[in-house]
Design a protein. Structure first.
Length: 329
């Protein structure tokens, strides 16, 4: 009996010590980890350049977003048959050009023009009408870098292609953008390749990395573990519950989304990452209620299809323009 008591006391002491240490390090992560220092801090991020206000991923969209004061452009990269890195979300041409085939089957100069109109992925009852828009060509990533040399850009490497990763890296280095570019993919394999090609470019958490992050957070292990990634860029799950995003969701899926929303949208997690210099971007948010919730949760930035709406919101709420700057670090 006495032995069991001693064992229980030892185990209890170890557990209490673990909890106390975890709490202290959670609040003061600099004790163990050097804070990341990024050269950008965007509150206003334009998704595909602002797909609700221009034809997505075009130079016109990017120029419009920058004219409104967006602080970061989000775009996607593919590679053509002749090795050109272009800006496009889809590898298939069906949605954006209404023709069969994939980008990798075409030389750059032979690519068809983009459609004038398109629906939004995160606002299904809205269709952008760009009838008469003269800018319907897939832009080259190099042209984006040339025209916006000082603008932070968030690059989604859309496919697991070593040539694409290598060429995007070469362009980033050539245009001296390592400090103002972030890149990644939902795949851990692609993110690992990006990091191995150039560890000086900040990376996004892949899906597997987000799941690992949540496990570490809810077990109290997070304060002890170093994190390679610099940006947590995640979907706000609650937007999927809106009928104009995904209609007719079943009760089980709704319940699951609510659970994921509670687990992932944690101010405590976002604030801990902030203390470690890791920024949080929430996407794709398209109305004032969503903007408000994201910033109150502690997100560094919001990614939107409607850069004008987000600008108007931030003009009315200037405390979020450089949000979290006043928080203790």
């Amino acid at each position: 009996m006495e032995t069991r008591y001693i064992i229980a006391m030892v185990v209890g002491s170890i557990f209490v010590g673990y909890v106390v240490t975890s709490v202290i390090l959670f609040r003061f992560p600099a004790i163990l980890h050097r804070k990341k220092k990024l050269c950008f801090r965007p509150a206003h991020i334009s998704h595909r350049g602002g797909a609700g206000e221009n034809i997505e991923n075009t130079m016109t969209a990017f120029r419009h977003a920058l004219s409104l004061g967006t602080e970061m452009l989000e775009l996607d990269c593919q590679i053509t048959k002749d090795g050109k890195v272009i800006v496009s979300h889809d590898s298939s041409l069906k949605r954006v050009c209404d023709v069969e085939g994939v980008i990798g089957d075409y030389n750059y100069e032979d690519l068809p023009l983009l459609k004038e109109c398109h629906p939004l992925d995160f606002k299904r009852n809205f269709v952008y009408d760009g009838t008469g828009c003269p800018d319907r060509k897939f832009p080259l990533l190099e042209d984006v870098f040339k025209e916006f040399p000082k603008t932070p850009i968030n690059i989604d490497i859309k496919v697991d292609d070593d040539e694409l990763i290598e060429k995007v890296n070469n362009l980033i280095v050539q245009y001296n953008r390592e400090h103002i570019t972030v890149w990644g993919n939902r795949s851990s394999t692609v993110v690992d390749k990006c990091y191995n090609v150039n560890p000086n470019i900040p990376t996004l958490f892949p899906v597997g990395g987000v799941l690992k992050l949540l496990f570490l957070f809810y077990t109290g292990l997070l304060p002890f573990v170093p994190l390679r990634e610099s940006l947590l860029e995640v979907l706000m799950p609650s937007i999927l519950l809106k009928d104009d995003v995904i209609p007719f969701i079943g009760a089980k899926i709704r319940f699951l989304l609510r659970v994921v929303n509670v687990l992932l949208m944690s101010p405590a997690l976002f604030h801990h990452l902030e203390r470690r210099g890791i920024q949080t971007y929430l996407w794709v948010l398209n109305d004032e209620e969503e903007f408000e919730r994201a910033f109150k949760l502690g997100a560094t930035g919001v990614m939107t299809d409607f850069p004008t709406k987000l600008k108007e919101y931030l003009d009315k709420n200037p405390q979020y323009k450089k949000n979290n700057d006043s928080q203790e670090s």
